[in-house]
Design a binder for this molecule. Structure first.
Ligand code: SF4
Ligand SMILES: [Zn+2]
Ligand SMILES: [Zn+2]
Length: 317
């Protein structure tokens, strides 16, 4: 039986349990685009003559983020959009998606910069993982917190910030969807790391850091995936061989179960966190930014997290 779209009566392609709406293709896309525009307007207003960098891995989330930023701002002559792809050096995974990112940016006519861990750090992610036995240590429980993804995330963020700074970007778009946001909030609570999370959720940029913005943070993952499929966008074909986020997987499962029995849970978690951020931020002591003595990049210690991780790699050899 075909269920009609609540707005126009044509066949629906999705049911949004949290809103109670059945939507057809056109009204579903319109809904996504409206929510993304609203998030940008309310949380990260874009002014005149801005350069917007988009972290573009080639997966569904960053593809949708790039596509929508281009749809919303691509016609404005005073706005420059630049996609940045980081090649971590993961054989059988990233080398395939880098090719797809080139095709997609070419198709959209968007400026594209590709940087790699090898160029920046002298090592690929595959080499870092095997030098440090990251997978073995992590899965054997020796290093509960520092798995491959913790290293990889820090190293990637550093290059993205540097490249965005170099091109004069005022904003750096990250394709996190609602599920990613809800999981990160819950994970940081579970790790007792609320302070870090609040500092990096600021809507004003930290000194020397390009403001990270997340226009998809109100869109559930399955809707981002559907939007990507409807627009023939690149999707992740293979899984990263180093992905070991055991705790994140548990949290993801827990939140998905909650969402089934209590639709709207993920939205509530993100909304509640947004209400807390300004209050907690006002109570936090100032955290003066300094410059890393090894690489000269901004950080809030003498040595930035990336250099500490790479130094450890060298020291352990
Ligand atoms: S899954 Fe983890 S190791 Fe693989 S690319 Fe993503 S962050 Fe890096
Ligand atoms: Zn409709
Ligand atoms: Zn450094």
């Amino acid at each position: 039986m075909t269920i009609p779209c609540r707005k126009c009566g044509r066949p629906a392609i999705i049911y949004q349990k949290y809103s109670g709406l059945h939507l057809c293709r056109d009204h579903f896309c319109e809904d996504i685009e409206r929510k993304v525009k609203l998030t940008i307007r309310q949380k990260y207003p874009v002014g005149k003559n801005e350069t917007i960098a988009v972290a573009f891995s080639g997966g569904k989330d960053s593809s949708v983020a790039l596509y929508l930023m281009n749809m919303i701002f691509g016609q404005r002559r005073d706005i420059r959009i630049v996609a940045i792809t980081i090649d971590e050096g993961i054989e059988g995974y990233r080398n395939l998606s880098v090719e797809r990112t080139r095709e997609f940016t070419k198709k959209l006519g968007i400026e594209h910069i590709v940087r790699s861990y090898k160029e920046e750090y002298g090592k690929t992610m595959d080499e870092i993982v095997s030098e440090k036995n990251l997978k073995e240590n992590f899965s054997s429980g020796e290093r509960k917190e520092i798995g491959p993804c913790s290293y990889c995330g820090v190293l990637r963020k550093k290059i993205l910030n540097r490249v965005a700074s170099e091109i004069g970007a005022s904003k750096l778009v990250i394709g996190h969807n609602l599920d990613d946001e809800a999981q990160t909030i819950m994970l940081n609570h579970l790790r007792g790391d609320v302070e870090k999370m609040v500092r990096f959720s600021s809507v004003t940029p930290l000194e020397n850091f390009v403001l990270r913005i997340k226009p998809l943070r109100k869109i559930p993952e399955r809707e981002v995936a559907l939007y990507a499929r409807l627009h023939d966008m690149p999707m992740e074909l293979t899984a990263c061989p180093h992905s070991y986020g055991a705790l994140r997987k548990e949290v993801r499962g827990m939140l998905n179960n909650f969402e089934i029995s209590h639709p709207g849970t993920k939205y509530s978690l993100v909304r509640g966190f947004d209400t807390l951020v300004p209050m907690v931020a006002a109570a936090l002591p100032e955290s003066p930014m300094t410059i890393c003595r090894i690489c000269g990049e901004p950080c809030n210690d003498n040595v930035c997290q990336a250099c500490r991780m790479l130094e450890k790699t060298v020291m352990d050899e």
